[in-house]
Structure formats: structure tokens, C-alpha cells
Write a protein of this length. Structure first.
Lengths: 220, 117
């Protein structure tokens, strides 16, 4: 069973090597989608042994992930794991995601920061993520505790049949709506999250408003 | 025909005349396509005529129940601008999609070539 890990990255030269080295213990290959980084992310990822796809300009996390998924389809992956390149997700959680995917025979395993320990998550992020998860849950008709988490594992039939259109952070919610409306089996599992004190990236206020609007207006 | 020109009519006519020739220059330089050129030239001509001959639209102003010609000009300018912004927004959306497709295509092709090497 071929497991490919996709890591969308934008200016992650300091963390990408460590993430690749740790993730490669559990995956057959690593695809880093360098989303128009201005630093040495490309070189660091290549040195760490990952397959790197370079976006000439920054398109957004959603676009980087769909590029990675297209490459994973070409590479004939059976399972795809997606995670962030900034070290927020712990690669040691990958075996757990894979176990749920294989043993529980679900089609998609969603990592949830809110089912785990969220002490290190900044307060405004807790509020924002909770709010977006509630909106996404209402839109999907199923309870989802963390709609914005990018740490997920997908079976081949999911990522071959569903590729999101969103290029920015709205991809996470759009993908969930598509998965749930397609009757795929899914499960949420607790994951560890590490928020570095100095450098916090991710969904901001504008992204939150965009996701909110998308959830209201999106037609599945 | 009424030849009494109001101050804003002179400004409108002058701007229309300036952009009429500016648009011709842009077309000669090959910077705009024929249908865009024709569209804008018609618009500048209409603006020029309404500036010089306000009586052209006075009857429309009265028919629509507007107090002054300036109401007519501003109302229709805003409506036109909204339509135009919508069209530009649509065009930008299309271009964004194409840019995403091109950038993704190049990234995927490059990684495929590196794999072969």
C-alpha cells in the first residue's frame, strides 16, 4: 500500500526539513508543494529527499494541495496524508491516522485539534476555528469539531474523485462538504498541535470571513 | 436644439474629447482590440454630445422624473460603473483560474521531468 504525504509550503525553510525527515519514517514518499516561497524552502525540501513541485507564484494552500493531489494520483498513491510544513502537526501522529483509515475502513480521517490538547492554540484562533467548525457543521448536517485542520488522511477513492476548486484556506471546508455530501465514511481523531510562539501562520480574519461566506453560498 | 452649455457639460465634453483621441492612439499602438475600441469610442461620443447638447437628454430627464440633468448623469454613471465593475470582476476571476491552471501545470510537469531524470 503506497502512502504519500503532501506538504504545502510557503516560506518554511526553517521547519520543512525536520517535518520531511520525521514524516518519511511513516510514508513511502513525500511531495512538497512549494507555493511561491521567497526563501530556501525548495532547496531544503530537495535536500531532505522530497519530491518538490514549485509554484512560480503564491496561489494559496488550497491550490498547493490540489497540485499535490494531482501528483499523488500520477504516482499511483493508495493513501494520501496531508499536513502543514510549519511543524504545527506532529508526523508521529501519521501511523494513528493510517490505522484508523485501514482498520476502521473509513474513507477519510480528519485530524482534530479540538479533540486533543489545545492549550498552545492562541485564544483568537480557538474562537475563530470553533465558529467556522460550527458553521461548517450546520452546512454539512454533521458535527465536525475542527473543519480547518489540514492534517488528514484520504483513501484513493476520495482524493481521486474529489478535488476542491478553492485556492485559499476555504479548501478545507469545501472538501468536507463534498466528502459528506458524497456519503464517504469519515472519522475525526485527536491530534497533537504545536504552535510556535514567534511565528503563527494560518487562517486569519479575512480568511475566516471568506470561509463563512463560502459556507453560506457554496453549492455542493 | 439647445446650445446652452452648463459648466459640467464643458468638463464632460472636454474629458470625452481627450479620451476619444487617447483611445484612438491606444488602438493605433495595438494596445486594445477592435471591439473594445468601438465600444469606448461610442461611449465617448455619447458623453461628448450630452455635454455639448444637454437638450438631448433633457426630455429623458423630465420623463424619468429627475430634478436636474446632473441627477441623470450621476445615476446612469453609477449604474454603468456597477455593470462595468461586475464585468471586470468576472474577467479577473477567469484570469485567476487560468493562472492557477498554468502554474499548477508547470509545477506538475517540472516535478515529472525531474522524476524522469
Amino acid at each position: 500500500m503506497k502512502v504519500i504525504c503532501i506538504i504545502p509550503s510557503f516560506n518554511e525553510e526553517k521547519t520543512i526539513k525536520g517535518v520531511i525527515n520525521r514524516a518519511s519514517q511513516y510514508c513511502d514518499s513525500i511531495i512538497v508543494v512549494n507555493d511561491g516561497s521567497q526563501d530556501e524552502t525548495n532547496r531544503e525540501a530537495k535536500n531532505a529527499g522530497a519530491t518538490v513541485a514549485n509554484h512560480l507564484i503564491n496561489l494559496g494552500t488550497g491550490a498547493a494541495l490540489s497540485t499535490g493531489l494531482k501528483i499523488a494520483i500520477r504516482e499511483k498513491a493508495d493513501i494520501v496524508v496531508t499536513m502543514d510544513g510549519d511543524g504545527q502537526h506532529d508526523p508521529n501522529d501519521i501511523p494513528m491516522l493510517l490505522r484508523y483509515l485501514i482498520e476502521d475502513k473509513v474513507d477519510i480521517v480528519l485530524g482534530s485539534r479540538f479533540l486533543g490538547n489545545i492549550k498552545s492554540m492562541p485564544f483568537y484562533k480557538k474562537i475563530g476555528n470553533r465558529f467556522l467548525s460550527i458553521i461548517t457543521s450546520m452546512r454539512c448536517g454533521k458535527k465536525i469539531t475542527d473543519s480547518q485542520c489540514g492534517f488528514r488522511a484520504y483513501s484513493a477513492k476520495v482524493f481521486k474523485s474529489i478535488i476542491h476548486d478553492s485556492t485559499d484556506y476555504t479548501w478545507a471546508s469545501e472538501f468536507l462538504i463534498r466528502v459528506i455530501s458524497s456519503d464517504y465514511k469519515w472519522i475525526e481523531v485527536p491530534i497533537k498541535t504545536i504552535y510556535p510562539k514567534k511565528r503563527i501562520k494560518g487562517t486569519g480574519l479575512i480568511d475566516g470571513i471568506k470561509i463563512f461566506m463560502k459556507m453560506i453560498l457554496y453549492k455542493s | 436644439m439647445d446650445f446652452i452649455i452648463e459648466p459640467y457639460g464643458i468638463v464632460a465634453a472636454a474629458l470625452a474629447a481627450f479620451f476619444f483621441f487617447f483611445t484612438i492612439r491606444q488602438y493605433i499602438k495595438g494596445k486594445i482590440r477592435i471591439h473594445i475600441f468601438v465600444f469606448w469610442e461610442i461611449l465617448w461620443i455619447i458623453l461628448f454630445l450630452t455635454g455639448i447638447f444637454p437638450s438631448i437628454y433633457m426630455s429623458i430627464v423630465k420623463y424619468l422624473g429627475m430634478a436636474t440633468p446632473i441627477h441623470f448623469v450621476t445615476t446612469f454613471s453609477i449604474i454603468f460603473l456597477f455593470i462595468f465593475i461586475f464585468m471586470i470582476y468576472q474577467k479577473i476571476n477567469e484570469l485567476e483560474k487560468k493562472i492557477v491552471e498554468i502554474v499548477q501545470y508547470l509545477a506538475i510537469s517540472e516535478s515529472e521531468n525531474e522524476n524522469k531524470e
